[in-house]
Design a protein around this ligand. Structure first.
Ligand SMILES: [Zn+2]
Ligand SMILES: [Zn+2]
Length: 239
């Protein structure tokens, strides 16, 4: 009898309340554990806002593109609540329910927008220094995309061999210097002539992505783009 009960319990649809508003889910959204209202109200980056500079201007007309050494930068969300809070909870409390939500959000974005990224040969999550590789804390994007079958995903083509000092503790000049340091990444020779889409969880100053983009250019990579889960304005950090 006990066995029967536990068998039945396993089949019950769980959970029935929304992780965002705690209300019972009446309208299910595309994400596990979120109601349609909460899902619709997430702080998405809208198409007319430039992910480089946050201004609204026609695409391909950003003055900052060269400085970043990226052909394009796209963001799924702004670094705002509740998604920012969820990411922290995933990274620091290893909250797997929220990990599943983040994964669904990424997956849904990918389903709707994969055509934008068709011309890339490889999709590569920002590599982390090997000492951080197994810890979701510092490698959230890897865990978010791990369960999603992205045919062009590669994780062994770029190695992060030297760590950069934490960007948040540096002023602008120090960050710029950091950005141009060589030897932070080791790039596989087979990437030469290819188009590469980098993925990251949060992009603030973009110093690490820019450093890698520069390294990829030196290694003759044809096109470098980036898709970030969340984009945070660095005004917050300017002193
Ligand atoms: Zn809700
Ligand atoms: Zn712009």
């Amino acid at each position: 009898m006990l066995k029967l009960i536990s068998k039945t319990a396993n089949k019950l649809p769980l959970p029935t309340s929304c992780y965002g508003c705690q209300n019972l889910i009446i309208n299910k959204s595309a994400s596990y554990s979120l109601c349609q209202d909460c899902y619709d109200n997430l702080p998405r980056f809208n198409d007319s806002t430039c992910s480089f500079c946050f201004h609204e201007h026609p695409s391909n007309q950003c003055l900052e593109t060269d400085e970043w050494r990226l052909d394009e930068l796209r963001s799924i969300f702004h670094y705002h609540k509740p998604v920012s809070r969820w990411l922290l909870s995933f990274k620091y409390n290893h909250n797997l329910l929220v990990g599943r939500i983040l994964q669904d959000l990424f997956y849904r974005y990918w389903q709707l927008n994969a055509h934008l990224f068709e011309e890339y040969d490889f999709i590569i999550p920002m590599p982390r220094h090997k000492k951080f590789n197994l810890r979701p804390k510092l490698n959230a994007i890897f865990y978010i995309v791990k369960g999603i079958k992205l045919a062009k995903l590669r994780i062994d083509k770029i190695k992060h061999t030297k760590s950069l000092p934490r960007q948040a503790t540096l002023n602008k000049a120090q960050r710029e210097k950091n950005m141009s340091k060589r030897g932070i990444f080791k790039v596989d020779k087979t990437l030469s002539g290819k188009s590469i889409l980098l993925l990251d969880d949060v992009c603030t100053t973009g110093a690490t992505i820019r450093n890698l983009a520069r390294e990829l250019r030196i290694n003759k990579v044809k096109k470098v783009g980036a898709l970030v889960f969340m984009r945070e304005g660095w005004n917050r950090l300017q002193r």
